[in-house]
Design a protein around this ligand. Sequence first.
Ligand code: IVH
Length: 686
Amino acid sequence: MNPTIAKERIEALTRQLNNYNKAYFQEAKSLVSDFEYDKLLASLEKLEKAFPMYRLADSPTQRVGEQSSTNFPTVKHLYRMRSLSNTYEEKEIKQFVQRIKNRLPDEKIDFLCEIKADGVALSLTYVNNRLTQIITRGDGTKGDDITINTPLLRNVPLVLKSDQVFKEVTIHGEAAMPKAMFKALNNSYEAAGKPLLANPRNATAGMLRTKKIAEALKKKQPLTFTPYRLCAVGDAVTATQKAALQRLQAWGFDVPPTYQYCKDIVAIMQYIHHWEQAKHHLPIMVDGIVIKLNNLALQAQIGATAKVPRGMIAYKYKPDQAATILKEVTYQVGRTGVVTPVAILAPVALAGTTVKRASLYNAKAIAMLDLQIGDRVFIEKGGDIIPKVTGVDQQQRKAGQKPIKFVTHCPACNSLLVQESEDALRYCPNTLSCPPQLKGRILHFVQRKALNITTIGNKTIDLFFEKGLLRQPADLFDLTATQIAPLEGFQKKSIDNLLQGIEAAKKTPFSHVLFGLGIRHVGFTIAEKLATHFGNIDDLMAASEETLCATPEVGAKIAHSLITYFKHPTYRAEIARLREVGLSFVQAKPTIADDLPLTGKVFVVSGVFKSYSREEIRDYIQKKGGKVVGQLSSNVDFLLTGTKPGPQKVTKAKALAIAIITEEALEKMTKKKKGLSSLLLGMHLI
Ligand code: IVH
């Protein structure tokens, strides 16, 4: 290649990959598929090898990848978290096995194969068998201390199940969101009018990067943890990777039974082929497999390059990908007015279905892909679920094609679109008469988490809208049998059913009604919080922006949206009508008291206790409904201290205004069922 062209190509690839990295690591968004990314990275590596003088200082080939986000304290890893060399070629796996044999000619070589979970790498440290810290991979030598997000992980043991006490062990593994949880979460995002998450890995990264996680999500424990490396010294060390996984399992980790001892390349290939199909049935996304030298002493002996260990390699599966022609781009208007571009494609078979449309997300994604109508494009199924356009075949581009310009006006009502900032989504401001927005709002109002009127769906709303029977949710309650009877497809029975469904919905609790109003940024969880906090719609409507912002979980964006909504005469009139028909705008008092006295309370335990061992006191708290965590944070309610508590813990608890209590106080708290808050008032704080 001509050096000038090579230089330009290196610069362009570096810029492009760095943009992808920034979007991925700082905004938790994937702009390209892994496959595409790996291909670009491999060509950059090749070019840099041939023309090392053009390699740039910020080349993505020189880093593991992730930049620390500023939100969390950065801490050093006890054990370096390297990356893995990876390949899509079977022949490179054979070469890998051969290389190891050449390096270790006199040794018996065998392997352990594992699935490669597609999530976010984490490092967990246990001191004296207790979980003390969780760190993200970061740049491999230091990462973010995200210990406060421990409650998001459903299967991380807080204490190692072992009679032996280990002074310090570190476990590396992958946090991932199960596919089912990802689907459920995206459904709820859709209902709340939020942009959808691209895939489970992004969802995991985004969640772990968030400082304030809603209690509701913590309770769901949306992420799983799969351990893949035990780092330790002395007694905790095992001779083989297989024994390490077995030990981790015995300690209480969920080690999936997908790993396999492979004595040679034939067994490795069988493993690769088996999981290529079988991976679709696993609960989490798997993007490949990892082949590891089973003997850990030999692994250590052959060591690592600057970036990757020599004793392991990842074989990555090619994503289900197809190429087709981009016929046109259409635009969809959502309930909240957000306009989303959709690619209309020449139909093509992909992973068992025929794909005719694919998401293009937003204007930025279109620009990054440099799309033009008539392009030959590559499509993939992101997270096995939503098809998306991942790249363009530049070679096939013909002269005369033009870049795609995002529409400036609403495709449904022709209003000028609004964009709050350069990066923001574009939306149609005509909330009062843009048809897809009106219909979307009614559909949202009848959905399961709102009024749950199962007798009305998309098609009925379309028909009623067309006939002028429905424009706003409140119109539902004015519908009569006489109006519906002349319409096609309605018999007496279906009309009765429909009207009964509407009537029954009048009993819907306030929080669901509030969610059903479809206020921008007010998802189900926020609606529940607001309903509980304010108790009724009048107090909520009267609240100032300041008061709203002071409400748990409510930020400036939500507060602003609420104020705007409640100021609007149309929406005020809508609420008045809904109130008139008898919907509930007052939160009912909870009828069932929490039966366990410590439900919802979070403890940190420190020091030596008189009547309990550490283990026993933790069990005690857990049995009474409380939760014990390793680290103090603003989510912790109590520091429970015995004699000789950790001085740093006490100082930190004071700084965070966390109540410091003794074991006697704990016993008192748990004796009286309802006495927790009154006891708290009179409690003796150290
Ligand atoms: S071993 C020295 N084993 O894949 C690196 N990694 O693409 C040790 N991963 O950073 C990694 N499953 O986050 C290993 N069974 C497995 C894995 C696995 C997923 C991730 C890990 C790593 C990335 C490399």
